[in-house]
Design a protein around this ligand. Structure first.
Ligand code: 5GP
Length: 182
């Protein structure tokens, strides 16, 4: 797998410190809330980030899962958001939802999900992304918490895939364009 990586963009050590930083901010911001904190892990890319983040957050929380798609096997967004797995809760207005995303690109996925959860009566909705590619933004959207801003490149590892591969790399790296025909 490493032969397909052009450059390591975020090392294992940096990933750990980004998770430390974000978890501290989240703990500070939510510790006085009287609603329950629910992290929504967006499958599958946010799995590794969510587990690393949640064990560092020092207040009670629940986790839930959603599965959405905007990419198929290509490296460009379709712009159409499909919800494949949804949350089922009766207590929407008692919850502070924090959507955990691996990367923000066009911004369409997260802006759609925030709107969707608010329409369903969520107490509050915020977003936390490990990585952000603001140069690619197609809609007006800013994550509430962001680990690191990165340049416009297709990255894999630490949960992020290309054709379901590379998710188990312990770092985030730029995929060689010849691998995806870019
Ligand atoms: P958006 O809706 O912001 O355009 O897209 C967000 C989703 O696109 C992410 O959750 C992720 O699945 C995918 N994505 C965007 N950029 C990359 C990237 O550089 N690498 C990978 N593996 N997925 C990406």
């Amino acid at each position: 797998m490493t032969a397909d990586i052009q450059e390591i963009l975020v090392s294992e050590e940096e990933l750990q410190s980004l998770c430390d930083k974000l978890a501290k901010q989240i703990t500070d911001d939510y510790k006085k809330s009287d609603r329950k904190l629910v992290l929504i892990c967006i499958l599958k890319g946010s799995l590794m980030f969510t587990t690393e983040l949640m064990k560092r957050i020092d207040i009670p929380l629940e986790i839930d899962f959603m599965k959405v798609s905007s990419y198929g096997t290509k490296t460009v967004s379709s712009g159409y958001i499909n919800i494949h797995l949804d949350i089922k809760r009766e207590d929407m207005e008692e919850v502070d939802f924090l959507i955990i995303e691996d990367i923000v690109d066009s911004g369409k996925t997260l802006s759609h999900l925030v709107r969707y959860l608010k329409e369903r009566g969520a107490g509050s909705v915020r977003t936390c992304t490990l990585l952000d590619k603001p140069d690619r933004r197609a809609v007006d959207f800013d994550p509430d918490y962001c680990g690191k801003v990165i340049p416009d490149a297709f990255v894999v590892g630490f949960g992020l895939d290309f054709n379901e591969k590379y998710r188990n790399l312990p770092y985030v790296g730029i995929l060689k364009p010849e691998v995806y025909g870019g």
